[in-house]
Design a protein around this ligand. Structure first.
Ligand code: FAD
Length: 474
């Protein structure tokens, strides 16, 4: 759509009620919600609709992980009474499958915008004033909007490590997701969700993978018992994990590429064909010309209040560009809340009930407080735990690693946190997130009958365990 240059007239009429800059899961959801509530809405996107999540993040990585999981299961075919000879994979096929899924979903976002009457404006958006945005696309145009939502996301950060520029084979998730080859020796820097998922993928496809993490545990913010369980499994799969360790220097000598890593035990040099940087992302605000309107920042992120208002009236910000938790569903929830606030229904997001998942095998998914956090806040914490190893459905699926752990306030039965390591943990977590968001107690979980045989029975059994009344525990 082309919109001619327009300025608000003295009566305050604008081209749009709401203009959203950025078409990721934050921005496109905000635009749809605003349109649902009756706003004349525009969405400005400089690249492909769907943002990081659909194009190079959540979706393609999970499509690749599905290929990898199937490949691993087929290697274990005999356990299922099957045989799978001459098993092989090709990276072009794996990437091609992921690209197909991406294309379908990106197309779907376009359809949703159209259905909701949202003007999709292609180009780079930057502020001229708080109510007028220059869009540099095929042609330059300026649009005006009564309210603007900034949803410009984040980009991988590149830590200033000596030797990286000369090393050349330095990937971020943007390169790794559609990689056309499997590195012989891969060094992953950072054991957050992104680093671990790529470590899992390339290890399963045959790379020799080392992960270095500067913090004392993988997934530093997660429950330590859960991360220990996941770490045990990933190590068993062949991944070398070094916590309390940093990459100090990338070294190239002739054709040989190596990395100098450092920990409390000293320094060592390891071989590395490729270094994959997964040590964080930074808010993407370059090119927006935020200085032109004087938006206050919180370090590199845009500062907002609980309803996603920035320091400039009429300008809102959501998603990765406002900082943690850097999750697609958080961006979407914030987008809905910002749109509703603009349309006169101020809403906030409950971050305590924000689920997070890592899609390795086993998966790790968590919501609410870790056990350590809960014990700091409450004197009556009890833990209910149940292992997948004694669940019929998990045994049938030959996926028996891990457990469900519920952190509970003994007095009131309030569920303070849930931490699941195991098959389909990300899906199973939804019940726990709903329980926390809706303040459903562990006793109500116990009394809600769960279908048999399902993995969800492990959640119910963990609830039983918190009350010391587990049926299937010896
Ligand atoms: P983005 O999705 O980054 O979208 C921002 C959009 O704004 C982009 O399309 C960009 O082109 C556009 N833009 C930027 N500046 C301008 C401008 N000036 N003008 C016009 N357009 C502009 N999260 C999960 O919840 N689950 C996962 O499994 C998961 N896996 C991930 C895997 C990887 C490898 C990565 C990198 C991320 C993953 N994430 C995951 C995180 C998730 O992708 C982000 O949290 C999410 O995409 C943030 O949404 P957003 O709308 O804030 O920003």
């Amino acid at each position: 759509m082309t919109v001619s240059a327009a300025k608000p007239d003295s009566g305050g009429s604008y081209d749009f009620d709401v203009a959203v800059i950025g078409g990721g899961p934050g921005g496109y959801v905000a635009a749809i919600r605003a349109a649902q509530l009756g706003a004349k809405t525009a969405l400005i996107e400089k690249e492909s609709l769907g943002g990081t999540c659909l194009n190079v993040g959540c979706i393609p990585t999970k499509a690749v992980i599905s290929s990898v999981a199937l490949f691993r299961n087929m290697q274990n075919a005999s356990a299922f009474g099957l045989s799978a000879d001459n098993l092989a994979f090709d990276m072009a096929g794996i990437s091609g499958g992921a690209r197909k899924v991406v294309k379908q979903l990106v197309g779907g976002v376009g359809v949703l915008l159209k259905k909701n009457g949202i003007a999709h404006i292609r180009g780079l958006g930057s502020f001229v004033t708080a109510n007028s945005i220059r869009v540099q696309g095929e042609a330059e145009q300026t649009i005006t909007a009564k309210n603007v939502i900034i949803a410009t996301g984040s980009v991988p950060s590149r830590p200033p490590i000596e030797g990286l520029d000369a090393f050349r084979e330095v990937w971020t998730s943007d390169n790794a997701v559609f990689a056309d080859r499997v590195p012989g020796k891969l060094l992953v820097v950072g054991a957050g969700a992104i680093g671990l998922e790529f470590a899992y993928i390339f290890n399963a496809l045959g790379s020799s993978v080392t992960v270095v993490e500067m913090m004392p545990q993988i997934l530093p913010a997660a429950d330590s018992e859960a991360t220990a369980e996941l770490g045990k499994s990933l190590r068993k799969q062949g991944i070398t994990i070094k916590t309390g360790t940093t990459l100090k220097k990338a070294l190239v000598s002739g054709k040989q590429r190596r990395a100098l890593i450092s920990s409390g035990d000293g320094e060592e040099t390891i071989d590395a064909d490729v270094i994959l940087l997964a040590a964080g992302r930074k808010p993407s605000t370059e090119g927006l010309d935020l200085d032109a309107i004087g938006v206050k920042m919180n370090r590199a992120a845009i500062a907002v209040d609980a309803n996603y208002r920035t320091s400039v009236p009429g300008v809102y910000a959501i998603g990765d560009c406002i900082g943690e938790p850097l999750l697609a569903h958080a961006a979407s929830a914030e987008g809905e809340a910002a749109a509703e606030t603009i349309m006169g229904h101020p809403r906030t997001v409950n971050y305590h009930a924000m689920p997070a998942a890592v899609y390795t095998h086993p998966e790790l998914a968590s919501v609410g407080d870790t056990e350590a956090q809960a014990r700091e806040k409450h004197a009556d914490v009890v833990v209910g735990k149940f292992a997948f190893a004694i669940n019929g459905r998990a045994l049938g699926g030959r996926e028996t690693e891990g457990f469900v752990k519920l952190v509970v306030s003994e007095k009131h039965g309030e569920i303070l946190g849930a931490h699941i390591v195991g098959p389909h943990a990300s899906d199973l977590l939804a019940e726990c997130a709903t329980a926390i968001a809706s303040e459903i107690t562990v006793d109500e979980l116990i009394h809600s009958v769960h279908a048999h045989p399902t993995l969800s029975e492990v959640v119910m059994e963990a609830a039983h365990d918190a009350r010391g009344r587990c049926i299937h525990k010896v």
